[in-house]
Write a protein that binds this ligand. Structure first.
Ligand code: BEZ
Length: 263
């Protein structure tokens, strides 16, 4: 989904598709590498699971494939349809979807980590049901250790204020955990890799605050709205030496990429 846009995500975050496309465009820009891993072919039908504002669905379709974007967020789907009226977008939940016809591949960028660990089996089973026998599931999500430095600083800040720390806000598995999960649902894992990808945030000095405001509802859920700016300022102070270089914030992203074939 290009990231968010879907599933549990929209239960905890109200997706602002304009901010998502504007200040956080790196999410789908980095997704181009995952499209390369997908290697879409002209005669294929491909589902983009958690398509967000649809940029990668369009990129897949530009390779000649028939691409369908799916996202749970009504705002994301509306924005995607307006931007790419010639493409097909479906509003549905990744944990329980039924799109007509079958697919040669299911693709997903920066979306699966928004879905709780307990719901991953439902997603993977829905993907398996949507695929032709031998079809492939190609995805990138946050991997183990993703944004740990930021999460740790927020937890410390909340702890010192006496606020409740968040419980496991995202699903960031190790290669072993996720490969084992895929195998247990009938997939053969052909490729899986954990990649350190320090990621420059847009908006200069305001980059970390903008990132936390866009993605961090799950982290700051216990903080009253009127106190959030103070918490974010405290987090910035904690992280400036480690994550800010010449006025640009660099988030400690780690990605898990995989290609798995349905047995
Ligand atoms: C990610 O893409 O890794 C990510 C985005 C928002 C929050 C957490 C992780």
């Amino acid at each position: 989904m290009t990231a968010p846009g879907d599933d549990a995500a929209s239960e905890a975050n109200d997706w602002d598709s304009a901010a998502y496309d504007g200040s956080h465009s790196f999410v789908y820009e980095y997704g181009s590498d995952v499209v390369e891993l997908l290697d879409p072919q002209p005669d294929e039908r491909i589902l983009d699971l958690g398509c967000g504002t649809g940029h990668l669905t369009d990129r897949i379709a530009n390779a000649g494939a028939e691409a369908v974007g799916l996202d749970r967020s009504a705002e994301m789907i509306e924005t995607a349809r307006a931007a790419y009226p010639e493409r097909e977008f479906v509003r549905a939940d990744a944990r329980d979807f039924d799109v007509a016809g079958s697919f040669d591949a299911v693709f997903s960028n920066a979306a699966l980590h928004w879905i709780d660990a307990a719901d991953q089996a439902a997603v993977t089973d829905a993907v398996a049901d949507a695929l032709e026998p031998g079809g492939r599931f190609v995805a990138e999500l946050g991997g183990a250790g993703n944004v740990d430095t930021i999460v740790d600083a927020i937890e410390t800040e909340l702890d010192e204020r006496g606020d409740e720390p968040p419980a496991d806000p995202w699903y960031f598995p190790t290669v072993g955990e996720h490969a084992t999960h895929l195998e247990s649902r009938g997939f053969e894992v052909r490729y899986a890799r954990l990649i350190d990808r320090p990621t420059e945030l847009d908006e200069g000095e305001d980059g970390l605050a903008a990132w936390i405001e866009m993605f961090g509802d799950r982290l700051l859920g216990s903080v009253p709205a009127a106190e959030r700016d103070a918490v974010i300022a405290g987090v910035e102070d904690r992280l400036r030496d480690d994550l800010c270089e010449d006025g640009t914030w660099i988030a400690d992203y780690r990605r898990l990429r995989f290609v798995a074939a349905l047995g």
